[in-house]
Design a protein around this ligand. Structure first.
Ligand SMILES: [Zn+2]
Ligand SMILES: [Zn+2]
Length: 426
């Protein structure tokens, strides 16, 4: 650390105020580090240093985003990415070295963030956000930054943010070009509003045949460069900082960069009244237990007590309830979120026939599901949210906050509701 005295002219003795506590000296050192950005009149370093940011994706865009969050001294960063570092990532990923090949992207990115700035508290979850992120991580975040390369992930992030009332920043790159967009839960267009009829049809078709896990490697490789990733990733961080400070953002709009022709344009998207992406859960009630700690039966009883008989439980995503063989009738419980079962697992273990999959996103007394199971048994991720519903009008959203500590890891202290694992409500 640079000693303050080294910056003073030699004839000016350094004054030491004995009333300054060691903590204050540390704060002073931090103030030095962030001095230039705090000269921006609305910049609040204390706020930046306590902001909770969920970053989805640690690829080319994610690297640029995480690098900048480390530089500005962003407080708490949770990073999701299931993939490993490949040789082809090295040309676009400032945080990865050749020796990191084969290591997990999120792990390495978090390690390098701490190396850039030891103030930064970051945690990696080496998993796919669509199937393994409980909605609690969206509720935890102050703002969400998307650094993903596919429509399904964007639709999931969009819906999770709408449900938990969070703004999110989306970025996309192709060639020398890219786009940055900001979506707010209550204002302007959401991501789904920006999709045209063809996009929506393609998405519906994908959803209807989403039984099998898609191998990321089989997705088309989009031409991109480190330059486009750097520009778009940087603009995403700038939008996120403005969201946190309540400054003007690109809410409901897209900033398009045409890198080849050096043109930038701004597009406003209309908010569609019939868009399915606007569901908001309202107040979210912590249950004090985790997804593996309580049975569906106990949850249904609680739902009936709160909302009356006939109440049902809406899950955060579709789950496979059973895999049934049309040939020999052999049936096994699914215990998995839709989209996670691989082709090889779809074959009947008795006769190898391709099995039929039954899915549900709602649990009630007459849905034929074994109510002695827990939400975790159905394949739902920890720190998830479940909605108790009576008809279309009455609902309560419940958070499995008992998982907060295990999911947030070193960031758990940033979760205001977290008070350790509590006993099951039986
Ligand atoms: Zn919408
Ligand atoms: Zn069979």
């Amino acid at each position: 650390m640079e000693r303050a005295s080294e910056r003073w002219p030699a004839w000016q003795p350094k004054r030491i105020d004995v009333r300054i506590s060691p903590d204050a000296l540390v704060d002073e050192a931090r103030e030095d580090r962030y001095h230039r950005q705090t000269l921006i009149d609305w910049w609040d370093q204390k706020r930046v240093g306590s902001t909770r940011i969920l970053v989805i994706g640690a690829g080319a865009l994610g690297n640029e985003i995480l690098k900048l969050l480390a530089l500005i001294g962003s407080g708490f960063t949770l990073v999701y990415d299931p993939d490993k570092i490949e040789r082809s990532n090295l040309s676009r990923s400032v945080l990865f070295r050749q020796s990191d090949e084969g290591s997990l992207k999120a792990d390495v990115a978090v390690r390098e963030m701490r190396d850039i700035n030891p103030d930064v508290r970051a945690h990696a979850i080496n998993d796919n956000v669509i199937v393994r992120a409980g909605l609690g991580v969206f509720q935890w975040a102050d703002v969400v930054i998307g650094a993903v390369d596919n429509r399904e992930a964007r639709v999931f992030i969009n819906s999770a943010c709408a449900r938990t009332g969070k703004s999110w920043v989306d970025g996309a790159i192709e060639g020398l070009s890219g786009v940055v967009r900001v979506f707010s839960p209550s204002q302007g267009a959401c991501y789904e509003c920006t999709m045209n009829a063809t996009d929506r049809k393609l998405l519906a078709e994908r959803r209807s045949c989403a039984l099998l896990a898609r191998d990321a490697a089989l997705r088309g490789h989009v031409p991109t460069s480190a330059v486009a990733a750097s520009i778009i990733g940087a603009m995403e961080v700038e939008e996120a900082i403005k969201v946190v400070h309540g400054q003007p953002t690109l809410t409901g709009q897209g900033l398009h960069l045409d890198g080849l022709h050096s043109e930038v344009s701004r597009v406003s998207y209309p908010r569609r009244a019939d868009c399915p992406g606007h569901e908001n859960l309202g107040a979210i009630i912590p249950l004090g237990v985790g997804v593996a700690d309580v049975t569906l039966g106990v949850l249904l009883e609680r739902a009936e007590a709160a909302l009356g008989p006939g109440a049902a439980l809406d899950l955060s995503r579709d789950v496979i309830t059973t895999l049934t063989c049309p040939s020999c009738g052999h049936a096994t419980p699914g215990r998995a979120v839709l989209g996670t079962v691989r082709e090889s697992q779809a074959a009947c273990p008795k006769c190898a026939t391709h099995r039929v999959v039954e899915i549900t996103s709602s649990i009630s007394r007459d849905s034929g599901i074994d109510l002695r199971q827990t939400p975790a048994d159905l394949g739902l991720p920890p720190f998830d949210i479940i909605v108790a519903r009576q008809g279309m009008e009455r609902q309560e959203a419940w958070l499995f906050d008992g998982d907060a500590g295990s999911v947030l890891g070193p960031l758990a202290a940033s979760y205001s509701g977290y008070s350790g694992k509590q006993a099951s409500p039986t």
